[in-house]
Design a protein around this ligand. Sequence first.
Ligand code: SIN
Length: 284
Amino acid sequence: MTTAVQLKTQELKPGFGAEILDVDLARADGETLAGVVDTFHRHGAILLRGQDMTPAQLVDFVALFGEPEDHTQKQFTLPGQPKVFVLSNREVDGKPIGAHNDGVGWHTDYSYKAQPVMCTMLYAVEVPAEGSDTLLADGCAAWNALSPERQKELDGLRLHHSYQHFMATREFGRQELSDELKRDNPDVEHPLIRTHPADGRKALWPSTGTVTEVVGMENPKGLELVDELVEFMTSDPFVFRHKWQVGDVLMWDNRCTLHTGTLYDDTKYFRTMHRLWAKGDAPY
Ligand code: SIN
């Protein structure tokens, strides 16, 4: 497979995602980087291995995709680099340097905001020898696999998302929110079926954690429907499992995917990732 700038790529799984080969992001020219961005928008996710990037270079790179987004939990951003969020189980002077197991559970990032982030980028600083894979689920393939009748039933449904609910009920990092965080993160509604602005393709777009109900449907029926759809979308045919190596850059398009981190033996291994986001727009 080649792109307009002749990037060498291979699918992450049939019909989803692209590994871009032989590109050094810290040194690539503008044309090559434009090809990387273009590949991302067409494939739902990209992977580039063997990168060596400073936090400032990561910020410059994510800015090619959109304005870098801030992070809600500011205590875990990198000192001097507010756009770089640290995921880690490391402690320095008895204090955690990052959020541990932050992304475990199928979700789409910033779903509790009116304009959820368009993309998420993870850069692997240190990784366990086993475990801690990141899984990506392809919402377009899941949508396309539904019968026309089922698609008609689901299209037009809306989900209620709540950051307060998420932070009060999540398994890892449960937290009583400050008044400021409550004020800055009011509940929102988003469509269950999302349209990709690049080409109009549709994706199943449920989530877990932040969803409290399907608008207009009583619980438990509404949440049972969400669970059923998440289970369907995250079943093997639609999932890519990424096994980390130091220097990997993995980016996914939150407009058409769900993702989850997985656990690892944190008594034996350290895992440190730099996470960056680019701003998105209102889902429709
Ligand atoms: C995330 O959900 O943002 C992180 C996932 C991971 O750590 O693998």
